[in-house]
Design a protein around this ligand. Structure first.
Ligand SMILES: Cc1cc2nc3c(=O)[nH]c(=O)nc-3n(C[C@H](O)[C@H](O)[C@H](O)COP(=O)(O)O)c2cc1C
Length: 187
């Protein structure tokens, strides 16, 4: 297998991890392009997959793309890369959300180990469709660190906007209803 073929295989694997990210209405509003000569993966917002009726300002679209970028970093770290991410690399092209420079496999440093450890969660994670319950979040979870760590790989990271704020009820169900219609990577 030549370098080009092996790159294509590697990139397809990384993008497969990225597109397992959540997105509003499962719109998957992202596009990936691999610039072979620079070994850079570009992440674009795909406005054709926007849902303006429910997401007029494209805020959810950006959150979904951010989740895809995070998954991509996790997948890259797990594959032994130390990806360097440049957010909004071209001010003239706002749909180009990120450029992820892969570098050489095997260059990962210890900081990437924490990311790589999250890799199994890419496939395990899913949105809960269970109804909300009138029940407080257990103390231990409320006190969990806000950054994912080795013992809390999927700890919630509530922000001011989030309905997952401590003290609010939160669903804990586990059903999975995800029809996949992945946006293809473009080389
Ligand atoms: C920004 C954002 C907003 C979302 N809003 C809702 C929502 O209002 N109601 C809902 O049931 N799911 C919502 N979801 C979850 C998506 O429907 C879900 O991620 C998508 O169907 C894919 O399923 P999965 O998360 O199980 O992979 C949202 C997801 C994101 C990223």
């Amino acid at each position: 297998m030549d370098t080009r073929q092996s790159d294509a295989k590697t990139v397809a694997g990384l993008v497969a991890g990225a597109v397992a990210a959540p997105s509003m209405h499962n719109a998957q509003p992202w596009r990936f392009r691999f610039v072979v000569s620079e070994r850079v993966l570009l992440l674009f917002a795909d406005l054709e997959r926007a849902v303006p009726r429910f997401d007029a300002g494209n805020r959810a679209l950006h959150i979904g793309c951010g989740a895809a970028l995070f998954n991509l970093r996790v997948a890259a770290a797990q594959a032994g890369f130390a990806p360097v991410v440049d957010l909004l690399p071209d001010p003239a092209e706002p749909l180009r959300l990120a450029a992820v420079r892969l570098g050489e496999a095997g260059a990962a440093v210890p900081a990437e180990d924490d990311l790589a450890r999250l890799h199994p969660a890419i496939c395990r994670r899913h949105t809960s469709r269970h109804p909300f319950e009138e029940e407080d979040i257990p103390e231990g979870i409320q006190r969990a660190p806000t950054a994912p760590g080795p013992t809390t790989p999927c700890a919630p990271t509530p922000g001011a906007w989030s309905s997952n704020r401590p003290g609010r009820g939160r669903s804990t169900g586990t059903n999975r209803t995800r029809p996949r219609n992945p946006a293809p990577a473009r080389a």
